[in-house]
Design a protein around this ligand. Structure first.
Ligand SMILES: Nc1ncnc2c1ncn2[C@@H]1O[C@H](COP(=O)(O)OP(=O)(O)OP(=O)(O)O)[C@@H](O)[C@H]1O
Length: 864
C-alpha cells in the first residue's frame, strides 16, 4: 500500500469503491468528479480525456476527472456504452467538516434505470429486466420501464435459449440476476453481449411495494418482481411511487418470433443499418405522440393470438378509415398531447418542473375534445378509453390557476406562479413592483434636477442599485448629492441612502417571493402525485388511439385492406405486396403476388433466378401475417389467413458475421430451433437451406428437412432453393407445390417479372446476375460457355444427382470406360478427366462471382 492510499480521503474513496466494484465511482472533489486507479484508466480511454495522477513517483495514483457542471454528457456517454456509474457526493458542507468531508453514493446510474432525456429515446422503452432461475427449465422474468412506471412479469418454461430470445426481444439494456446464478446460464447471456448485468439477491418483496403484486397468482412471480424492485430501491435511493401494478404476461398470448426472425423480417429495424428506416415499423408507425411511437413498436414485437382482440383493433381502424376528416382532426389534437407517461414518471420521481407541469396542463386541456371526437368516430371504445374525466377537472383547475403559461425550467428562481393564486405572494410582488416603480420615478426626477440627460439607474448583483453618470457629466453634479461607490473608465457610480433603503425592500420581497413560489410549486407538484394512476391510464388510451388512427392513415395511403381469418388453415392472399419494398421502389413498379396455401399445397417450394424476388415473396407473406395479428390492415387486395402461433425464418446470412459462429452452423442451429418448436399452426420460411455446405450435403439436408416438415410438423412453409433437383419432390410429397418466380429472356437479356407462378423454374440466370455485377467479361463469357457445355453434357447436375449416388463412384466409372488408351493419350485424357470431374462437381448455377473466377483460373492451370 502506497502512502497516497493511506491518506484519509483515499481511505474513504477505497471504502466506498469496494461497495461498487462494477461501476465507475464518480467521486466528488470540489468542482470535479474524480476517478482513480483502473476506473481512471478506463474512463480516460472511453471518454478520451487526459489521464493524470495524484502523488509522486511510485506513490502516484492514476486519476482523471470531469467538471461537475458538464458531468452529464460524460455520464451519458458511459451509460450508452453499457457502463454503470455510482455518483458519490459530498453530503456535508466542507466548511463545517471536521477532517475529511463526508461523502456518500447518492445514486447509481445504470443503462436500465436512467431517466435522463438525453440518453433515453423518445419513441423507445428503456427496459430493466430481472431474471430468476427456479430450475434449469423454469425462469421468472420481470421488467420495468422506470421512465413510465410500467411493470410486468412472466414465467418462461424451457431451455435457457428461450430466455435469451426473450431478453433479446425486449431490447432491454440491463439485466438483474442473482449473484449465485448458474454459471453456464450467465455465460450464455454474456456471450451474446445483450445487456449490462447487475446483481440482486433479495427476493422478498419490500413492504412498500407489496401492493403492486396483488394480482400475481404465484410466489414465483412475486419473487421475480421482488428481485427487480429490490434492486431499484437499493440503486435509486428515492421514491418509486410511480411504479404501476405489476401485470402478468405470458409469451403464449402473443405470436412468437425469436430474435433472428424479427431481425430477418426487419420488423423494427433494418438488417444492414440497424435503423428504424427501412423496417416495417417505419411504414406503419404514423403516430404523432412519443407514447404512441413506443406502443406501436411494442405491438409489432408482440402480435396477438386472440382473434377477438385482433378484431377489436381492426374495427377501430375500420372506423378511423371511414372517417377521414374526423380522424385527421383527431390526429391534429393528439399532436398537442405531450409524453404523459414520462411526465408521470417525473412527477413520481419529484423531478418534474413547472414547464413540464404546464405541458401536462396543455395535454389535459386537449382531452375533452379528443374524447368528444372519439365518441363520434369510435363510440364503442370511448368509454373504456376515458374513465375518470371528472377527477381530471379538479386537477386541471389547479394547474390552470397556479402556473403561468411559460414558466422557466428552474424551479428556484421564481416566475412560475400566476398572479391571484396566493395573496401573500401577490403582496411581495406588489412590494417589488412598487419599489421598481419608485426607482424609475427617481431616475426621471434626478435627470430633471441635475440636468444630466444620460443619468441612469442600473443594477448588478454585487453593488445592487446605483446611479450612473458619465465622466463628461460628473462636473454637473452638486457636491455631496450622492455617495460615490464605484469608478469606471467612462463613468462614476453612486448611491444614496434612500436608494439603498428601497433596494433592501425590493430584494427582501424578491427573496421571499422566490422562496414562497418554490413552496407553492412543490405543493402543486405533490398534488400531482395523487393523479398518477389516472395520468398513466390516460397515457395508455392516448397511445392506443394514436397507434390505431395511424394504422388507418397508412392503410388509406397505401391502399391496405382489412384481413379476415380462416378456421381451416387456408392462406389466400390476392395481390399481396411487401409493405416496405413497395415504398422504396418506383411508384407502380411493384409486382403484386398471390399466395394460395391450403391442403395439397401447404408447402411451397420456390425456385427462380437470383434477384427475381424469392426472399421478398417469402418475407411478404410473413409481414402480412404479422401486420394482421397486430391489428393493422394489410398490403393486398384480399386477404384470408389463419392465426399463426409462431413464425420462424432462416433468411440471408448478413447478421451472422458478428456472432463468430460459422454461417452454416448458425443456419443449422436456427433450423433446429424451427424444427423443434414449430407446430402445424406455425409459419416457416427457409431460404436456400443447405447452400453453406457442399452440393450433395446441402441438397440431402434440404430434402430431409422438407420431408420432416411435410410429414411431421405440417406447418405452412415456404422453402426457396437453388437445387432444381428438389422440385422432383412434388411427386412424393402430396402437400408440396412447386412455384417459381418468373423471368424471361429478351434479346439475350433477362427480364425479371417478379411474378410468382405455379411450377418449377427452368434455369437460374446466375451468370446474368454476374454480368449485372460487372464481373470481367472474360469470366462471364467463359462461364457461359462452360454452362452450355454442362447443359449439353449427359452429365448434367440434374441427372447426376438423380442417378449417381456419389461423386467418388462416378470417377471410377469414367476411368473404367476407357481402359486401352496409350500413355500419352492417357496423360492428356487424365487432365481432361480432371477438368471434366471438376466441372461436374461444381454447381455452377449458384457459385459466387469470386468462386467462379477462382474456378476458371484453376481449370486454366490444369489445361496448361
Ligand atoms: N414483387 C416485386 N416487384 C418489384 N420488385 C421486386 C419484387 N420482388 C423483388 N423485387 C426487387 O428485386 C430485388 C431482389 O429481390 P429478392 O432479394 O427477393 O430476390 P431473390 O430471388 O431472393 O434473390 P437471391 O436468390 O439472389 O437471394 C428486390 O430488392 C426488389 O427490389
Amino acid at each position: 500500500m502506497t502512502q497516497q492510499t493511506q491518506t484519509p480521503m483515499m481511505k474513504q474513496y477505497l471504502e466506498i469503491k469496494a461497495q461498487y466494484t462494477d461501476a465507475f465511482l464518480f467521486f466528488r472533489l470540489g468542482d470535479f468528479y474524480e476517478m482513480f486507479f483502473d476506473d481512471a484508466k478506463l474512463a480516460a480511454q472511453e471518454l478520451e480525456i487526459t489521464l493524470t495522477g495524484r502523488g509522486q513517483g511510485e506513490d502516484r495514483i492514476p486519476m482523471c476527472g470531469v467538471p461537475y457542471h458538464s458531468a452529464d454528457t460524460y455520464m451519458s456517454r458511459l451509460i450508452e456504452k453499457g457502463y454503470k456509474i455510482a455518483l458519490c457526493e459530498q453530503v456535508e458542507n466542507p466548511k463545517h467538516a471536521k477532517g475529511v468531508v463526508k461523502r456518500e453514493v447518492v445514486k447509481l446510474l445504470t443503462p436500465g434505470t436512467v431517466m435522463d432525456g438525453n440518453i433515453i429515446k423518445e419513441k423507445e422503452n428503456n427496459y430493466l429486466l430481472a431474471l430468476t432461475m427456479f430450475d434449469d427449465r423454469s425462469y421468472g422474468l420481470a421488467r420495468t420501464d422506470l421512465t413510465t412506471g410500467e411493470c410486468a412479469v412472466t414465467l418462461l418454461i424451457g431451455e435457457i435459449e428461450e430466455v435469451i430470445h426473450e431478453i433479446a426481444n425486449s431490447g432491454a439494456k440491463e439485466l438483474v440476476v442473482a449473484s449465485t446464478l448458474d454459471k453456464t446460464c450467465l455465460e450464455q447471456i454474456e456471450q451474446r453481449q445483450l445487456v449490462t448485468i447487475s446483481y440482486e439477491d433479495e427476493t422478498t418483496v419490500d413492504t412498500n411495494y407489496a401492493h403492486l403484486c396483488e394480482s400475481l397468482q404465484s410466489d414465483q412471480l412475486v419473487q421475480s418482481f421482488a428481485r427487480l424492485v429490490n434492486y431499484l430501491v437499493r440503486s435509486q435511493k428515492r421514491s418509486l411511487t410511480h411504479l404501476q401494478k405489476v401485470t402478468y404476461y405470458s409469451s403464449d398470448s402473443f405470436l412468437k418470433m425469436d430474435s433472428h426472425t424479427k431481425r430477418n423480417l426487419e420488423l423494427t429495424e433494418s438488417l444492414r443499418e440497424k435503423k428504424k428506416a427501412g423496417s416495417l415499423l417505419a411504414v406503419i408507425d404514423q403516430t404523432v405522440t412519443a407514447m404512441g411511437g413506443r406502443l406501436v413498436k411494442k405491438w409489432i414485437d408482440r402480435p396477438l393470438l386472440d382473434q377477438s382482440l385482433i378484431e377489436d383493433r381492426l374495427s377501430v381502424v375500420t372506423s378511423f378509415t371511414e372517417n377521414f376528416f374526423g380522424r385527421e382532426e383527431l390526429r391534429d389534437e393528439l399532436r398537442h398531447v405531450y409524453d404523459l407517461e414520462r411526465l408521470a414518471g417525473r412527477i413520481a420521481y419529484g423531478s418534474v418542473n413547472a414547464r413540464e407541469l404546464v405541458q401536462l396542463k396543455r395535454s389535459l386541456q386537449q382531452i375533452p375534445s379528443i374524447q368528444a371526437r372519439c365518441q363520434e368516430i369510435v363510440p364503442m371504445k370511448t368509454d373504456s378509453w376515458f374513465k375518470e374525466e371528472e377527477r381530471m377537472e379538479e386537477f386541471l383547475d389547479l394547474l390552470e390557476r397556479s402556473l403561468v403559461d411559460d414558466p422557466p425550467i428552474s424551479v428556484t428562481d421564481g416566475g412560475m406562479i400566476k398572479e391571484g393564486y396566493n395573496a401573500e405572494l401577490d403582496t411581495f410582488r406588489d412590494a417589488s413592483r412598487n419599489g421598481k416603480k419608485w426607482i424609475a420615478e427617481l431616475e426621471q426626477k434626478e435627470k430633471l434636477e441635475t440636468g444630466i440627460k444620460t443619468l441612469k439607474i442600473g443594477y448588478n448583483r454585487v453593488f445592487g442599485y446605483y446611479i450612473e453618470v458619465t465622466r463628461a457629466n460628473v462636473h454637473l453634479l452638486p457636491e455631496g448629492r450622492y455617495e460615490r461607490k464605484q469608478t469606471l473608465t467612462n463613468a462614476e457610480r453612486y448611491i444614496t441612502e434612500e436608494l439603498k433603503e428601497k433596494e433592501s425592500l425590493i430584494l427582501e420581497a424578491e427573496e421571499k417571493m422566490e422562496l414562497l413560489e418554490y413552496e407553492l410549486f412543490v405543493e402543486v407538484r405533490e398534488e400531482a402525485k395523487r393523479y398518477l394512476t389516472y395520468i398513466q391510464g390516460l397515457a395508455h388510451s392516448i397511445s392506443e388511439i394514436d397507434v390505431l388512427a395511424g394504422f388507418a392513415k397508412v392503410s388509406e395511403d397505401q391502399r391496405y385492406v382489412r384481413p379476415t381469418f380462416s378456421n381451416d388453415r387456408t392462406i389466400h392472399i390476392k395481390e399481396g405486396r411487401h409493405p416496405v419494398v413497395e415504398t422504396v421502389i418506383k411508384k407502380g413498379q411493384y409486382v403484386a403476388n398471390d399466395v394460395l396455401m391450403k391442403q395439397g399445397r401447404d408447402m411451397l417450394l420456390i425456385t427462380g433466378p437470383n434477384m427475381a424476388g424469392k426472399s421478398t415473396y417469402m418475407r411478404q407473406l410473413a409481414l402480412i401475417a404479422v401486420m394482421a395479428q397486430v391489428g393493422c390492415y394489410v398490403p393486398a387486395s384480399e386477404v384470408e389467413l389463419p392465426i399463426f402461433d409462431q413464425v420462424f425464418t432462416r433468411i440471408g446470412a448478413a447478421d451472422d458475421l458478428a456472432s463468430g459462429q460459422s454461417t452454416f452452423m448458425v443456419e443449422m442451429l436456427e433450423t433446429r430451433y424451427a424444427l423443434t418448436k414449430a407446430t402445424e399452426n406455425s409459419l416457416i420460411l427457409l431460404d436456400e437451406i443447405g447452400r453453406g455446405t457442399s452440393t450433395y450435403d446441402g441438397m440431402a439436408l434440404a430434402q430431409a428437412i422438407i420431408e420432416y416438415i411435410h410429414d411431421t410438423i405440417r406447418a405452412k412453409t415456404l422453402f426457396s432453393t437453388h437445387y432444381h433437383e428438389l422440385t422432383q419432390l412434388d411427386q412424393s410429397l402430396v402437400d408440396l407445390q412447386n412455384v417459381h418466380v418468373s423471368a424471361v429472356e429478351e434479346n439475350g437479356k433477362v427480364v425479371f417479372l417478379h411474378k410468382v407462378v405455379d411450377g418449377q423454374a427452368d434455369r437460374s440466370y446466375g451468370i446474368y446476375v454476374a454480368e449485372l455485377a460487372e464481373l470481367p467479361e472474360a469470366v462471364t463469357k467463359r462461364a457461359d460457355a462452360l454452362l452450355k457445355e454442362l447443359e449439353s453434357s449427359s452429365f448434367s447436375t440434374k441427372t447426376q444427382v438423380k442417378e449417381e449416388p456419389a461423386p467418388g463412384l462416378q470417377l471410377t466409372l469414367f476411368e473404367e470406360e476407357q481402359p486401352q488408351l496409350k500413355k500419352k493419350e492417357k496423360k492428356g485424357h487424365a487432365a481432361a478427366d480432371k477438368i471434366a470431374d471438376k466441372l461436374l462437381e461444381k454447381d455452377v448455377l449458384h457459385m459466387t462471382p469470386i468462386e467462379a473466377i477462382q474456378f476458371v483460373n484453376e481449370l486454366q492451370r490444369l489445361l496448361k
